[in-house]
Write a protein that binds this ligand. Structure first.
Ligand code: ZN
Ligand code: ZN
Length: 207
């Protein structure tokens, strides 16, 4: 490396963070107005107690509001002993005393009342979403056909700092790799720097 390059280089200096460190706040699209909303998780991975609050329309919701119940496992028809089809049932907000399920084979109506399981009915299961409500992340865009995303403003700002830098120290121990070191190659490649920064700036400006 020539000295001129050395003088123009920007060293990445930051406290090492893991992706995990960013996973208590998620900026998402509000399910009501599509504006910017925040999901906060009280402690790491406690998604069942997460809260959603929209900065635009002030809609708020708790993840516990999305808890639904459905009968788990298998239940047999008391008449013909064939399995009942429980997959068609929608989730119940409160556990009912029993539900009537008609047997597909003999048409007998069965009262099913056991083995309820609870789950969180997220807005979406697929896509680039937050883990608590399943809402699309606010910070996401595409760069040359790849998805660039971040959980929150702190996360995107750290990614930006890394992309801007031309001098990056590397951990050789893969178990100690930091969030920025684990970023996909299209973000880290020098030839994509300009384009990636343009997209990041666009995302940060849409506050
Ligand atoms: Zn809203
Ligand atoms: Zn039957």
């Amino acid at each position: 490396m020539c000295s001129k390059d050395m003088n123009n280089s920007i060293r990445y200096i930051s406290d090492p963070t893991r992706l995990y460190d960013y996973m208590t706040e998620f900026s998402v699209h509000c399910p009501v107005c599509q504006g910017k909303a925040e999901v906060t998780v009280p402690s790491h991975f406690d998604y069942k107690n997460a809260k959603l609050k929209c900065n635009v329309c002030h809609f708020s919701q708790k993840a516990t509001d999305l808890v639904r119940h459905k009968p788990s496992g298998k239940s047999k028809c008391h008449q013909c002993l064939e399995f009942l089809d429980l997959s068609i049932l929608v989730g119940y907000k409160n556990i009912p005393t029993y539900i009537n399920v008609t047997c597909n084979f003999c048409k007998t109506i069965n009262k099913v009342k056991e083995n309820w399981e609870s789950y969180v009915e997220k807005y979406q299961d697929l896509g680039i979403i937050d883990p608590a409500f399943g809402l699309p992340l606010w910070y996401q865009d595409s760069v040359k056909g790849n998805n660039l995303w971040a959980y929150n403003v702190k996360h995107i700002t750290e990614i930006k700092k890394y992309v801007q830098s031309t001098l990056r120290e590397r951990t050789t121990d893969k178990y100690k790799m930091t969030m920025v070191e684990k970023l996909p190659d299209f973000i880290k490649l020098a030839k994509n720097r300009k384009e990636v920064l343009k997209v990041i700036d666009r995302m940060i400006q849409t506050l």
